[in-house]
Design a protein around this ligand. Structure first.
Ligand code: CIR
Length: 253
């Protein structure tokens, strides 16, 4: 049974980091309800939901994808690019260890945010963003080289993370909102989609994706390609530069 690693939103979510967006009011109770609905999508499909301990002092702790990335059975524990987010890692490491998942850590001076890591087949695209530095990427490369993954660096200057601009459909097509993608030619198979909030998809299975409810034209485009599309509202997380991918780590071993 696949597992889903999540952390419930902090009541201080509204104080989370912002890089490219202006701060607007965030409703923490609505965020809580949206988060519950998000994990219900997975529960309804038989996923086993594992909660990392709550971290009320960490406004961005809900974006658990940034703290850990799975490569086959191995977890890579990230070192956050934002100093304010480094306090998230201890509890994520504890949850990974308690789940019996083997792990390695990105160490100082490396930084890596999971939002900068996009896996497509055995290729790992890693964004060189304001959060992920060359030492972090070099450490990740060392981990992956021995395990049959190839790593491709991708410039990210227009959005927070690589996966704020692009993700991949189950067939490996990389989808992105072109005005936010630095260089679409990096990806062998790139599909431009019409809405910013349509870029983030979580692959639920070979024919089903989960995405934001705030991109209806993109959902229609994905359906026209034969995909089943599940949508869920994540407005309160989008206000903090988050999206559907950031809210969980999918563990498929
Ligand atoms: C941050 O700036 O770190 C948070 N406010 C948003 C993180 C979103 N995570 C992601 O895209 N993977």
């Amino acid at each position: 049974m696949p597992r889903l690693l999540v952390r419930r939103p902090s009541m201080t979510l509204a104080d989370g980091e912002l890089t490219h967006l202006d701060r607007v009011p965030v409703d923490p109770e609505l965020a809580q309800r949206q988060w519950e609905a998000y994990i219900d999508v997975f529960r309804a499909r038989g996923w086993d939901v594992v909660e990392v301990d709550p971290a009320d002092a960490q406004p961005d702790g809900v974006f658990v994808e940034d703290a850990v990335v799975m490569f086959d059975e191995l977890a890579v524990l990230c070192r956050a690019g934002a100093v304010s987010r480094r306090g998230e890692s201890e509890s994520v490491e504890a949850a990974v260890a308690a789940s019996g998942i083997p792990f390695v850590r990105i160490e100082d001076p490396g930084t890596l945010d999971g939002g900068d890591v996009l896996k497509v087949g055995r290729t790992v695209y890693v964004g060189t963003s304001s959060r992920t530095n060359t030492q972090g990427i070099a450490q990740l490369r060392d981990v992956l080289d021995a395990r049959g993954w190839s790593l491709v660096e991708v410039p990210v200057t227009k959005v927070l993370h690589l996966k704020s601009a692009v993700t991949a459909l189950p067939d490996g097509t990389v989808v992105g909102f072109a005005p936010l993608v630095d260089d679409p030619s990096v990806f062998p198979d790139f599909l431009a989609i019409p809405e910013e909030h349509g870029t983030a998809v979580v692959v639920l299975d070979d024919s089903t994706v989960l995405m934001s409810a705030d991109a209806p034209a993109t959902a229609a485009l994905y359906r026209s390609r034969g995909l089943e599309v599940v949508t869920t509202p994540v407005t309160e997380f989008e206000k903090l530069e988050g999206c559907v991918t950031c809210l969980s780590v999918r563990v498929r071993v």
